[in-house]
Design a protein around this ligand. Structure first.
Ligand code: C2O
Ligand code: CU
Length: 425
């Protein structure tokens, strides 16, 4: 289990131990080519049977024979190079760096920023890890199937040695943490630990700490300003989203992961086992305000993003299908911006179900929910849980040119057409 406590020492990457490919033809690369990578990794994707510790064998997909794939842990400012090789995944694969605002060509969306990587082919991703935080990567080809069956991994920029990384993933109804089932135990040095929780599933997950107060340190890779102590409440991790908690580790503590047998215990000895608290931390009012760095009142583009449902045909099949502003995929409008625009968007969900909305290449700040204005720390997000009958006002600066997917991260919903794009002119 030592692999669950991650310091620089055991991640197998970084300048000292990086496996740098000499002889990579930089003229073939789309990412930064002006220097050699600080961290380089080879990931080989396979369709195969692998083991879920605590549970047993599973048929799915692996990267370097494991699911989740190798953890990629880097320092801020490092140039990351990942060579993806597809050994035998017939549908083809890609890697998308969820939450990392990479240059568009590195975004890994099959059919948008690249072609899927076919069996026998390789593809090289290169990007600079500009912002510290908790991220993950996953295939973006037939992703509702490939991600669920294992083609994903963790990416953390600038962790400290006492951090605990916990990627929660459900394989065929088997919930795991870091690919393992049941009560998992990890040690962390020091008196507090930063627990980096990653929800790689299709639905939201409540997390909480049994028997101890905690703080929410970060949301989707952005630190919360002046977080306060939380007791007896859970915090929701949006599908695709990440939440970093600070937990005391002077005695053993248990992190509840949405109920069920899989939990994470930090420390030795007994950890109390509670039930999911009914109260939730509301990120709209959590922490302390601070300047956003731009003025949402000076919006140069204003969009609405109405999520609904209507009867129609999709892929020739009749049914109730998702709509965006009344249109059904692929006949959905794109959001067109220019570089430098201050963009405001109202996301309104009347579809009857919750949708975790994920915008690639950008982080957005939440201004209000159901007309109630944000009063806490700026709530920067890339994966926003929009419940049925909820309306969110968000804003962001269009500062990353390209074509960016903006879709529901309940991946079967995306496959059913809850997808549009943000496009720069
Ligand atoms: Cu995490 Cu478009 O995906
Ligand atoms: Cu959805």
């Amino acid at each position: 289990l030592s692999a669950m406590t991650m310091g620089y020492a055991d991640y197998g990457g970084g300048p000292a131990s990086a496996h740098v490919h000499h002889g990579t033809d930089v003229s073939q690369l789309t990412g930064p080519v002006d220097r050699t990578p600080d961290v380089a990794a080879n990931l080989v994707a396979r369709k195969e049977r692998f083991d879920i510790p605590g549970r047993g064998p599973m048929d799915g997909y692996t990267l370097n024979h494991t699911s989740p794939g190798p953890r990629i842990v880097v320092r801020q400012g490092e140039l990351v190079q990942v060579t993806l090789h597809n050994e035998n995944v017939a549908d083809g694969i890609t890697l998308h760096w969820h939450g990392v605002d990479v240059p568009n060509a590195e975004d890994g969306v099959a059919g948008v920023t690249q072609d899927a990587v076919r069996p026998g082919q390789s593809y090289v991703y290169r990007f600079v890890a500009k912002k510290p935080g908790t991220y993950w990567y996953h295939s973006h080809q037939v992703s509702h199937e490939q991600v669920q069956k294992g083609l994903y991994g963790v990416l953390v920029v600038q962790p400290t040695a006492s951090d605990v990384i916990a990627a929660v993933h459900t394989y065929d109804k088997i919930r795991t943490v870091n690919g393992e089932y049941g009560e998992r135990r990890v040690q962390a040095p020091g008196t507090t630990a930063r627990v980096r929780l990653i929800n790689t599933d299709n639905g939201p997950m409540a997390v909480w700490v049994d028997g101890a107060p905690y703080k929410v340190l970060a949301v989707d890779g952005t630190d919360v300003n002046a977080p306060t102590e939380v007791r007896g409440k859970a915090v929701l991790v949006t599908a695709g989203g990440r939440i970093d908690l600070e937990v005391p580790t002077t005695t053993a503590v248990r992190i509840g992961l949405g109920g069920g047998p899989t939990t994470l215990v930090i420390g030795t000895g007994d950890a109390p086992k509670g039930t999911e608290p009914r109260d939730r931390v509301d990120l709209l009012s959590y922490g302390t305000p601070k300047p956003l760095g731009f003025d949402p009142a000076k919006a140069t583009r204003v969009f609405r993003y109405d999520i609904g449902r209507h009867f129609g045909f999709f892929d020739g099949k009749p049914g109730l299908w998702w709509t965006i502003n009344g249109h059904q995929y692929p006949d959905v409008p794109m959001f067109v911006v220019s570089e430098g625009d201050v963009v405001r968007m109202t996301i309104k969900n009347t579809s009857g179900q919750v949708h975790p909305m994920h915008l690639h290449g950008h982080h957005v700040v939440v201004l209000s929910r159901n007309g109630v204005r944000a009063t806490g720390s700026p709530w920067w997000t890339d994966s926003l849980n929009v419940e049925d009958k909820e309306t969110y006002d968000i804003a962001f600066v269009a500062d990353n040119p390209g074509i960016w997917m903006d879709h529901c991260h309940n991946l079967p919903h995306a496959a059913q057409g809850l997808v549009t794009h943000l496009m720069y002119t």
